[in-house]
Design a protein. Structure first.
Length: 65
């Protein structure tokens, strides 16, 4: 999977489901889902351990113990 680099304060359009968010410093990846209830937005985050491992190997990030 290719992660898009976003500039600071840049607005992006996202998908409602299956949106992945990766930290540029440590490579931690989350699956993010959004739900619109009335005029409010609900968000759900889940850590994606497999994608995190893949991007950390690519970034050569070592886990802190």
């Amino acid at each position: 999977m290719t992660y898009r680099k976003v500039k600071t304060n840049e607005w992006i359009l996202i998908r409602e489901r299956d949106f992945k968010l990766s930290c540029c410093d440590c490579g931690l990846v989350h699956d993010v889902d959004f739900d619109l209830i009335g005029h409010r937005i609900r968000m759900r985050f889940r850590r994606d351990n497999r994608a995190t491992g893949q991007i950390r190997r690519w970034m050569k990030v070592k886990e802190k113990k």
